[in-house]
Design a protein around this ligand. Structure first.
Ligand code: AP5
Length: 209
């Protein structure tokens, strides 16, 4: 199964990806996580990406596409994978088409005006990446692994505003792009997390038949 998770910043791509990976055992590839890992390790890619991430802009396609192309060559992707946060513009989608055929694009559909609160209230574990929200979790240590729970540097109000604008201008056109190719499946991302996952499972189980 080769799938893409599409959705605005804060739509719940990472949240659903964790559940999908657990349930279906699919490799989860998040370009945002790859950049953050590189940043933590101080690699040249991480340092280059930081300048863009901090401004809420997309990292240049030549950097991102190269990373994804290399990652998809790895053995664990042979049977399938789930891309989270890639592609993010038409150019990246066209590059992906040259590499492989995608079975389904799951678009997590949300009201953009609800995302500011979701993102500025998000907290993540610096060790395992698990995501929390201040409305339901106030701890400083991750219940899963004991790591520090922190706020992502790009989850400030100003940067979230920019990320949402970039989504509208560059990423949202992918909905039509994939609709035309007959692989787009919408799920209602405004429902509770488990209800969204039920819809996602409906899509993915349908693909296996
Ligand atoms: P990336 O890390 O991909 O961030 P994003 O797309 O902005 O998405 P997020 O991780 O912020 O949100 P999400 O949809 O995963 O939501 P989550 O599940 O955490 O990218 C970061 C940056 O890297 C980009 O800005 C760019 O600079 C760069 N980058 C990455 N990929 C790139 C690419 N392809 N090209 C160029 N640059 C790239 O949920 C959010 C919050 O909501 C959490 O607190 C969660 O608990 C909560 N929540 C989730 N679902 C629900 C629900 N159903 N109801 C209520 N709350 C919910």
């Amino acid at each position: 199964m080769k799938i893409v998770l599409l959705g605005a910043p804060g739509a719940g791509k990472g949240t659903q990806a964790t559940k999908i990976a657990e349930q279906y055992g699919i490799v989860h590839i998040s370009t945002g996580d790859i950049f953050r890992k590189n940043l933590k390790e101080g690699t040249p890619v991480g340092l280059k990406a930081k300048a863009y991430i901090d401004k809420g802009q997309l990292v240049p396609d030549e950097v991102t596409c190269e990373i994804v192309a290399e990652r998809l060559k790895e053995k664990d992707c042979e049977k399938g994978f789930m891309l989270d946060g890639f592609p993010r513009n038409i150019n990246q989608a066209e590059m992906l088409e040259k590499l492989c055929k995608i079975d389904a694009v799951v678009n997590i559909d949300v009201d953009l005006d609800k995302l500011m609160a979701r993102l500025t209230g998000r907290r993540v574990c610096a060790s395992c990446g698990e995501s929390y929200h201040v409305s339901t979790f106030e701890g400083k240590k991750c219940p899963k692994c004991g790591g520090d729970v922190i706020q992502r540097a790009d989850d400030t109000e100003e940067t979230v505003g920019k990320r949402l604008r970039v989504y509208t201008e560059q990423t949202a056109p992918l909905i039509d792009f994939y609709k035309k190719r007959g692989v787009l499946y919408n799920v209602d991302g405004m429902k509770a997390i488990d209800e969204v996952f039920d819809e996602v499972k409906g899509v993915l189980d349908g693909l296996k038949k």
